[in-house]
Design a protein around this ligand. Structure first.
Ligand code: HSE
Length: 309
């Protein structure tokens, strides 16, 4: 009988405003599933993809699942093959870490099939190779939280230094996904290549404040720190309703908002489920007013990350 393992990996919010490419957190329930089967014929083959509207590649050197697994197998002496089936739960180009969740689920399933040669933190290195294929940038702020769960800081990339941060209880996230699509490579192309000393100081203060706020469970400090002067000023122009939404959610008591990853999804942090729900209602109104349909998800921060089903 063919030995198969299926894994789930969650959606993620990367950047979290001030943490461009260095901070992300995982969301509950929403995510991708990947089933990996061992087989005698050498090589990796994607045999089935569902939920992508026929848009994702089957070629092993282009699909994020196979690219990630191949990076892992390059470190091992594994001579046989694997077949991969991908079940997309996440929309493409949404800013919720869709390509990252596929790579993370694929790695967790393949790693389990091989008897756990790596721990989850080591898998981040392999998943980053898949992000490079997916969007041209080897960023880890989606794959790391998707694999590990919780809030994750990428302190450095060379070599990767990935640090899990505490999650204050009572912190809720509302995701508002307007029905638009933005490719990460396009959203990265609008970024300024240079930032001023002043902006660098502002951004450093806010990322330090946000991390201190997570450690101190200080919602007010978290709220003051949710500011991005690096990516948001140019990217917000790609998201209709971005500033209207930011103002509207403050009136219902949210801590703050920002672009989820490279957008167009907007994340809003709130100090209770009640406020997170009110944010969903208010946010939907803002997008409806400008003629955009929107999906709303409400979640605590998912501290578990990817797992074998
Ligand atoms: N840090 C990446 C970016 C996340 O902002 O481009 C992409 O989801």
């Amino acid at each position: 009988m063919k030995k198969s393992i299926r894994a789930f990996a969650p959606a993620t919010v990367a950047n979290v405003s001030c943490g461009f490419d260095i901070l992300g957190f995982a969301i509950d329930e929403l995510g991708d599933q990947v089933e990996v089967s061992l087989c005698e014929t050498p090589g990796l083959r994607v045999v089935n993809i569902e939920g992508d509207g026929g848009r994702l590649p089957y070629e092993a050197d282009k699909n994020t699942c196979t690219v990630a697994i191949q990076a892992m197998l390059d470190q091992l002496d594994y001579k046989k093959g694997m077949e991969i089936s991908l079940y997309k739960g996440l929309p493409l180009g949404s800013g919720m870490g869709s390509s990252a969740a596929s790579a993370a689920a694929a790695l967790v399933a393949a790693n389990a099939l091989l008897g756990y040669p790596f721990d989850k933190k080591q898998l981040v290195d392999f998943a980053v190779k898949a992000e490079l294929i997916a969007c041209g940038a080897a960023h880890a702020d989606n794959v790391a939280p998707s694999l590990l769960g919780g809030f994750v800081l990428i302190r450095d990339y060379e070599p990767l230094d990935v640090i899990k941060l505490p999650v204050p209880s009572g912190l809720y996230c509302t995701l508002l996904h307007p029905h638009l699509e933005l490719n990460t490579s396009d959203s990265r192309s609008v970024l300024r290549k240079q930032i001023s000393l002043k902006d660098s100081t502002i951004q450093s203060g806010n990322i330090a404040g946000l991390i201190a706020g997570l450690f101190q469970k200080d919602f007010d400090l978290i709220s003051r720190s949710l500011k991005d002067v690096i990516a948001e000023p140019t990217r917000a122009l790609l998201i209709p309703g971005f500033y209207e939404l930011r103002d509207a959610i403050k009136s219902v008591g949210a801590l703050g908002s920002g672009i989820s990853g490279s957008g167009p999804t907007i994340f809003v942090l709130s100090p209770s489920k009640k406020i997170a729900t009110a944010v969903g209602t208010k946010g939907s109104e803002v997008f409806k007013k400008i003629g955009l349909d929107v999906d709303v998800y409400i979640s605590e921060v998912n501290d578990r990350g990817a797992y074998v089903i």
